[in-house]
Every structure is written in structure tokens, then in C-alpha cells.
Write a protein that binds this ligand. Structure first.
Ligand SMILES: Nc1ncnc2c1ncn2[C@@H]1O[C@H](COP(=O)(O)OP(=O)(O)OP(=O)(O)O)[C@@H](O)[C@H]1O
Length: 243
């Protein structure tokens, strides 16, 4: 399969429409809708328990939506299996940085390689972003620090040729330099036409990279606006983000 160049378009590559999602009997998402275009960064913000992670889990098919629809490109992925959704080019950086602990960094990256209709990043490009990564290749992942593990978790996604990356609190517990590298990665993804959904408690960092913002509360999107508007308007930040 040949790798196609990035497509820059305003047509959403991800379209979530009116999803209701449950854990058992308990409803957590109530008609949640959002969209993101190729080369666009959407920050999904809101308090603890608002349903941000569950939204990502629904997109990934880990906690499928009971009602509503989710489309990735031309495909309806609402009820697709997670491995099929990943194979289409949906990458996920989970908040617990799920790498294989007993495997080396090199092996973790090797097995993450896959072909999609999007571009797979080269190992050298991951080294450019995370300069420490090159020196960690022989280490087993269980012996890495949180920041080092995050570099591996993100590089795995890049090498898996993503067209959309879902980041769940990527800067949690990281030193400022690694947070900068993570935000730098998001900017590079954007410049390549990859779509990003960024769930983040670090609102200041999220607003520096985001194009648009959706605020969630109680399983609903309660406010959506351009990130520039949110950055410039302290009253909007107070009202919707409590800062
Ligand atoms: N496995 C689960 N079983 C039952 N309820 C769950 C489960 N996971 C999450 N919930 C509940 O779903 C709601 C939404 O949780 P979710 O993790 O999506 O929120 P969030 O916005 O990502 O919050 P946080 O910022 O704290 O991670 C919460 O009330 C949470 O307690």
C-alpha cells in the first residue's frame, strides 16, 4: 500500500453525533456531538468526571455508544471493533501510557508500526521530537520514568501512521520540558494534516495548541468556541473553565 500525502480540508475527518454512552446501567454521555477536521486540534476540556475520557473511549470502540453515530472519514465506526478502528489510522495516547512493560523501548516501537492510508512517522523523526528516546532504546519499559514512558507511548502512535490522534491528559505528571515536547508533537501533527483531540487538565498548555475548544460538563458539550476566543477572553475562561 502506498502512503498518501496529507489532505488539508475543512470537511471533518471525525464526526461524533449525538452519542449516548453507558457503563452498565449508568448513562455517562448524553447526546455528545463534536467534530474535528484534518490538521485541526480540538481541545476537550472540563472538570473531573465530565465524560471526556468516555468520549475518547466511545470513539475508539472501547466503550461503544449505545445511540448516535461516529464517523471517521467515510466510515461509520460506531460499532466497529477497536482493532479495526486503530487499523484505519485512529491513534490513542491513553492517560496511563499503556506500553508493554517487559519489552524494550525498541521492541515497543517496532510492534507499533502499521500501514494505514496515512503516513507512518520514521524512528528518526521521533528522536527529533524526543531527544532522549534514542538513548532509551535498549531499556525495558517497566524501568522508565513517567516522562520517558510518555515519549514511548506517543512515538508508538506516530509510527502507527495516524490520521487522527486522541490524547488523554498527555501532560499529566510531566516535567515542563516534556510537556513542551508533547505540545510540539501536537503542532507537528497539525502541520502534517493529522487531526487531534486533546483532553487536558492543563488548560494553559491546551489553549496554546488548540484551534477549537469544547467544554464538557455532566456528559454534555456545554460550550464550543474558537481557542483564540477562549485565550483572549478571561470572562469566558472563568465561566466555562473555572480559571
Ligand atoms: N468503568 C466505569 N464504570 C462506571 N462508571 C465509570 C467508569 N469509568 C468512568 N465512569 C464514570 O463516568 C463518568 C465520566 O468519567 P470520565 O472518566 O469519562 O470523565 P473525565 O471527564 O475524563 O474525568 P477525569 O478528568 O477525572 O478523567 C464519571 O462519573 C465516572 O465516575
Amino acid at each position: 500500500m502506498t502512503t498518501l500525502p496529507p489532505v488539508h480540508t475543512t470537511e471533518p475527518i471525525l464526526r461524533v453525533e449525538g452519542i449516548d454512552t453507558f457503563y452498565g446501567e449508568s448513562q455517562v454521555l448524553f447526546g455528545t456531538s463534536l467534530h474535528v477536521a484534518a490538521g485541526e486540534v480540538l481541545a476537550l476540556l472540563g472538570p473531573n468526571g465530565a465524560g471526556k475520557t468516555t468520549t475518547l473511549r466511545s470513539i475508539l470502540g472501547l466503550t461503544p455508544a449505545a445511540r448516535g453515530s461516529i464517523r471517521f472519514g467515510s466510515q461509520d465506526i460506531t460499532h466497529q471493533a477497536t482493532h479495526r478502528i486503530a487499523a484505519m489510522g485512529v491513534g490513542w495516547v491513553p492517560d496511563d501510557r499503556r506500553v508493554f512493560p517487559t519489552l524494550t523501548v525498541a521492541r515497543n516501537l517496532e510492534i507499533a508500526r502499521k500501514r494505514t492510508r496515512f503516513r507512518a512517522w520514521k524512528l528518526g523523526e521521533c528522536f527529533e521530537i524526543f531527544s532522549a528516546l534514542e538513548y532509551l532504546m535498549a531499556r525495558e519499559c517497566e524501568n522508565l520514568s513517567g516522562g520517558e514512558m510518555q515519549m514511548v507511548a506517543i512515538s508508538r502512535v506516530l509510527m502507527g501512521a495516524p490520521g487522527l490522534v486522541l490524547f488523554d491528559e498527555p501532560s499529566q505528571g510531566l516535567a515542563p520540558k516534556v510537556v513542551q515536547d508533547v505540545m510540539g508533537t501536537i503542532r507537528r501533527l497539525k502541520s502534517e494534516g493529522v487531526a487531534v483531540v486533546l483532553v487536558e487538565q492543563n488548560v494553559a498548555s491546551a489553549l496554546t495548541v488548540a484551534d477549537r475548544v469544547c467544554v464538557m460538563q455532566g456528559g454534555r458539550i456545554v460550550h464550543a468556541c474558537d481557542a483564540a476566543q477562549m485565550r483572549q477572553d478571561a470572562s469566558l475562561q472563568r465561566r466555562w473553565l473555572g480559571i
